[in-house]
Write a protein that binds this ligand. Structure first.
Ligand code: E4P
Length: 215
């Protein structure tokens, strides 16, 4: 499974990429706004740090505006992926870009039908939002499982990014479901490698070692 970081914070990206765990980055307008920095500058900095796809989202809601932005974004760095909303205009833009060999990530996918439409429109990635579905008492993980079945059934060249991940269980279950990628908030990723029994175990080993009398 590939791990993407779901953040636009360059310091966070630098700290975590040095562990060799990061295969790409996803951003969205909310994450970019949080940084209060120039959009182009942030994306170019991230693209220089991470050797993998970096999603940058369009703001336009009409296909022609999306495409204008997409062609501009695609110039910023070779690893930029154009993030498009799951709408009719987004699907049109996705199809246009995919015909031109420009990578796309169709975001805000909340049903299997939406994911199927995006895959047919040539999306390189689709992003089902697990946490936001769970928030409304739906089953986000079932959507990931269904999309995996659909993609495998028809051999679509589309990767599933499990998005809107809120906890360690989401990452584990997405991996078990066979999702290609999990995009994980920078604050959550360190929680994945922690376990209280590991910390207790280290303390006990050190205490025993220090108590021992070596001859
Ligand atoms: C995915 O690409 C999105 O940026 C992200 O996962 C949204 O997550 P949220 O529901 O926590 O905002």
């Amino acid at each position: 499974m590939k791990f993407f970081l779901d953040t636009a914070n360059v310091e966070e990206i630098k700290r975590i990429t040095r562990l060799g765990l990061v295969d790409g980055i996803t951003t969205n307008p909310s994450l970019i706004a949080k940084e209060d920095r120039d959009f182009k500058e942030v994306i170019q900095e991230i693209c220089a740090i991470v050797d993998g796809p970096v999603s940058a989202e369009v703001i336009g809601t009409k296909a022609e505006d999306m495409l204008k932005e997409a062609y501009e974004l695609a110039q910023w760095a070779p690893n930029v992926v154009i993030k498009l909303p799951m709408t009719e205009d987004g699907l049109y833009a996705c199809n246009e870009l995919s015909r031109k060999g420009i990578k796309t990530n169709v975001t805000l996918v909340f049903s299997a039908a939406q994911g199927l439409m995006a895959a047919k429109a040539g999306a390189s990635f689709i992003s089902p939002f697990i946490g936001r579905l769970d928030d409304i008492a739906a089953d986000g993980m079932q959507l990931v499982r269904d999309l995996k079945t659909i993609i495998d059934n028809y051999g679509f060249d589309t990767e599933i990014i499990s998005a809107s991940i809120r906890n360690v269980g989401h990452v584990e279950q997405a991996a078990i479901a066979g999702a290609h990628i999990a995009t994980i908030p920078g604050s959550l990723l360190p929680v994945l490698w922690k376990h209280p029994l590991t910390d207790i175990g280290i303390e006990k080993f050190l205490a025993d070692w220090n108590k021992a009398q070596f001859k």
